[in-house]
Design a protein around this ligand. Structure first.
Ligand code: NAD
Length: 492
């Protein structure tokens, strides 16, 4: 057992002995087993030590998934798959508090953590609705020929995710993959495996999902690398950094050319015009950069303000940022938590030091560690940021806003906003809807928000362009990521 201090008192969890394969937790088969100590980044206290999986476990997971795909899972109709997903959603709902505690123990404010679990539940329900609606097309090609398409599951899907939304990002992939009848091997981020492991437990206890369909392999680069190179895995969906995304793509080309979905990083621009509702824009920009302490792929990290509004806007934003209550995520009165671990904390602090030394911006707010314990970093704002500086170009993945030099024309704002290799998200604030529409058309990003930010409906596709990746999570497009299409022609 391990125990975590939570808002309603300590809560106990059964230790996960190792990876979840073929319907049960089992000791790793790795010849040199690795363990990872997980610390609460708010308190520096040890939460648990996790036994990580090795490449031998990937082999076993693939074998059990193959058996399930040939056997019982193949017989599940769309209706039965739908019911499995609905049962998973209900099990999550009943265990919402426990799951929230596990996510909050990774440094995320409790309320934000609870929202992630609620979204995970909704995501299973949304994709449950797709499970019994997978349909093809038919076409009468010639007089005596009839053609139609068959849509079939891809097979075994390797799902690899990052640490910032531990359960939710995994569910974005697990739910459509299962809805389509695939088997999955999930590899959560090494810093945050616990909620996916608890999900395994809930699936085993509360659903009739056949053994082998759902597998979770905790671990880091070694097990991720084994998944992406495995020839028995037919699809890989990856969320993480561009550097690792490139390795995933290379592994596909070096192994079996498995199709790859890449959800990568961003350096998302936000453009605020002088005619915007500035109070609303301040609130939105605040959330855009500081939600999850900036550990958000869509984080609005470059702010372009129209010339003339800069001082008023920044004073309001600073006042808003100073209202945050930084501290232990298990204390419900705190609304700003910690970096996920010491490594991320040191990385962001290092960037702050480099940015200060570079001298291509002015520090306007924060820029320091908060307190002398835990991995807290103050909400930080740099202004007059040069387009060529580290702050403008590098994905910081922390609570650091770069306010760029003000812009004068719409064309200039758009050109500067697009001058990045990334293309994940962007935001525009204006009351002029014709102007907003022109910006929507011109901004090179997979997502654009107008007069709002970070709204991600499950019903619509999510994903980037340019070096932020390709392929989609969420929406109907995500269903297509987990199906193959066969065209059949019959002489009648
Ligand atoms: P990361 O790239 O370091 O790790 C992501 C995952 O890849 C982890 O599970 C890791 O263990 C695994 N991994 C590492 N090496 C591997 C290898 N050689 N082969 C296979 N898997 C390997 O990213 P991170 O630090 O966990 O997350 C931060 C990054 O993720 C940021 O760039 C962020 O923008 C991005 N992200 C993108 C989205 C999106 O939807 N576009 C969402 C969240 C995070």
């Amino acid at each position: 057992m391990f125990s975590i201090k939570a808002p309603q008192g300590p809560i106990s969890f059964t230790r996960f002995v190792g990876p979840f394969i073929n319907g049960k937790f089992r000791p790793t088969l790795a010849t040199s087993p690795a363990t990872r100590a997980l610390y609460n980044p708010c308190t520096d206290e040890l939460i648990d030590t996790v036994n990580e999986a090795g490449s031998e476990d990937v082999d076993l997971a693939v074998q059990s998934a193959q058996a399930a795909l040939k056997g019982p899972w193949k017989e599940f109709s769309g209706k039965r798959r739908r019911n499995v997903l609905l049962n998973i959603a209900s099990a999550l709902e009943k265990n919402m508090y426990k799951l929230t505690v596990l996510e909050a123990a990774c440094g995320k404010p409790f309320e934000e953590a609870q929202f992630d679990i609620e979204e995970s539940i909704e995501c299973f329900r949304y994709f449950a609705g797709h499970a019994d609606k997978i349909i093809g097309q038919s076409y009468a090609t010639e007089d005596n020929l009839k053609s139609y398409t068959l849509r079939k599951p891809v097979g075994i899907c390797g799902l690899i995710t990052s640490f910032n939304y531990p359960l939710l990002l995994a569910v974005w992939k697990i739910a459509p993959a299962l809805a389509c009848g695939n088997a999955v091997i999930v590899k959560p981020a090494p810093q945050t495996p616990l909620s996916c492991l608890l999900l395994s437990d809930l699936i085993a206890a509360h659903t009739d999902l056949p053994e082998g369909v759902f597998n979770v392999l905790p671990g880091g680069e070694a097990v991720g690398n084994a998944i992406v190179h495995h020839k028995g895995i037919q699809k890989c969906s990856f969320t993480g950094s561009g550097g690792v995304g490139r390795k995933v793509l290379a592994a596909s080309s070096q192994s079996n050319l498995k199709p790859v979905t890449l959800e990568l990083g961003g350096k998302s621009p936000m453009i605020v015009f002088a005619d915007a509702d500035l109070d609303q824009a301040v609130e939105d920009v605040f959330g855009a950069i500081y939600a999850n302490m900036g550990q958000n792929c869509c984080a609005g990290s470059r702010l372009y303000l129209e010339s003339g509004i800069e001082n008023e806007f920044l004073e309001k934003l600073k006042a808003r940022a100073l209202q945050v209550k930084i501290g232990d995520s298990m204390d419900l009165s705190n609304n700003f938590g910690a970096m996920v671990d010491r490594t991320q904390f040191d990385r962001v602090m290092g960037i702050l030091d480099q940015a200060k030394a570079e001298g291509l911006s002015d520090l306007y707010l924060g820029g320091k560690r908060h307190g002398d314990k835990g991995c807290f970093i103050e909400p930080t704002i740099f202004r007059n940021v040069d387009e060529n500086s580290l702050l403008a170009r590098h994905e910081i993945f922390g609570p650091v806003l770069s306010v760029m030099k003000p812009f004068v024309t719409e064309e200039e704002a758009l050109e500067r906003a697009n001058a990045t290799p990334y293309g994940l998200a962007s935001g525009v604030w204006t009351k002029d809807m014709a102007k907003a529409d022109r910006c929507v058309q011109e901004l090179d990003s997979g997502v654009t928000w107008v007069n709002c930010y970070n709204m991600t409906p499950i019903h619509l596709p999510f994903g980037g362009v340019k070096e932020s990746g390709f392929g989609k999570d969420l929406g109907y497009e995500a269903v297509n990521e987990y199906l193959t299409i066969k065209t059949v022609t019959v002489r009648v």
